[in-house]
Ligand binder design. Sequence first.
Ligand code: RFL
Ligand code: PHB
Length: 393
Amino acid sequence: MKLTLKTDVAIIGSGPSGLLLSRLLKLKGISSVIVERQSITHVLSRIRAGVLEQGSVNMMRRAEVGTRVSSEGLRHDGFQITYGDRELRIDLQKLMGKGVTVYGQTEVTKDLYHAVISDNTQIIENAGDDTAITLSSDHVKVTGVSPECAFDIEAKFVAGCDGYRGISRQAIPVDIRQEFERIYPFGWLGVLSETKPADHEIIYSSHENGFAMCSMRNANLSRYYVQCPTNDRTDDWSDERFWATLKERLPSQIAQSLEIGPSIEKSIAPLRSFVCEPLSHQRIFIAGDAGHIVPPTGAKGLNLAFSDIFYLSNALVQYFSKNDESELTGYSDRALARIWKAERFSWWMTSLLHKFDEEDRFAEKMRRAEFQFLCESPDFQRALAENYVGLPY
Ligand code: RFL
Ligand code: PHB
């Protein structure tokens, strides 16, 4: 069977970027079809980000999916950075007059997915690897096969929201596409456990043996991360080894009262910084992880995806309502200006808190001095807080 569809915008990828874009367009009367490589069940079960900037919460409200994040999201006025046994609280509320919301990406995706389904927007799931994008001067085609059918979508534009390993970025010709990348020599082992969180706020811990982090999803669900070698596999990390490593890297007073229990999910993610320039070409526009990656230390990935979608949805609305292409033309530059600042912040947080292999003794001294300076300088703390709560858009 062949499914032939005509729509305003073809969206590749049903992660948070693709779903948010589809929803915002629909609320302005602009149609979309979403193509997703995985099953929706798989997409809805992925455990990733936890921290939302106020701007991202506002975007969910704009998409009319803000009810649950407002009632169930945990509002955090600050977070802790620790270095050995020393603790520093970054008081976001005092420094910036606003905080962040802890609300899992799994929940964000669920809220958006239900809204997109209620919009009757078509999602073609389990699309095969040979999905192809063809750009022409006045339209685009997205073709491929899913287990149910072959599909042929004709649209005015295509939005590449298919994450770092997607196909969309490749539609920008190599001679005009530049990619900037830094791969860090370590990963994060993430563990979810049905235990009481270590603290009521997030704790980022730097230790001479490596980084560790304590986060949460609710009062009885904790999310932890420890820095680990890139090539490690989850099988290398028994629960016992994980808890011992976490405890060793936390300040002793936090480690002593840590509630431990079986892990209910364990995964390893490599850490990478990556930016593609430009983010658009002819009728394709790239957003979210498809165009850039940050190491998760600054909690910026999902938030950046949402600011991209802010710029892109506004630009598409401008085009479809006023036939004005100027915002679409400016999309890449506007999004990249904010992306590079978040790249800088995420790179800096990663450098401040992790131990790098084969680093010299000077590097450890620099991290210690930087932490010391952070403890003593309200101005430095404010700069950190300003980035953490999210730069304006
Ligand atoms: P996603 O979520 O990767 O979704 C892309 C979707 O596209 C699909 N896809 C394709 N579909 C069709 N055809 C193809 N050829 C396709 N190829 C791929 C994929 O199956 C998928 O469904 O990208 P999106 O929507 O741009 O969202 C980005 C966020 O997921 C990401 O930035 C965050 O998870 C990053 N992140 C964090 N961000 C934050 O803002 N705050 C945090 O606290 C935070 N913590 C994290 C994180 C990421 C982490 N990992 C696992 C890297 C913590 C971790 C551990
Ligand atoms: C999380 O809760 O998963 C989380 C929180 C803050 C980060 C990264 C991940 O910087």
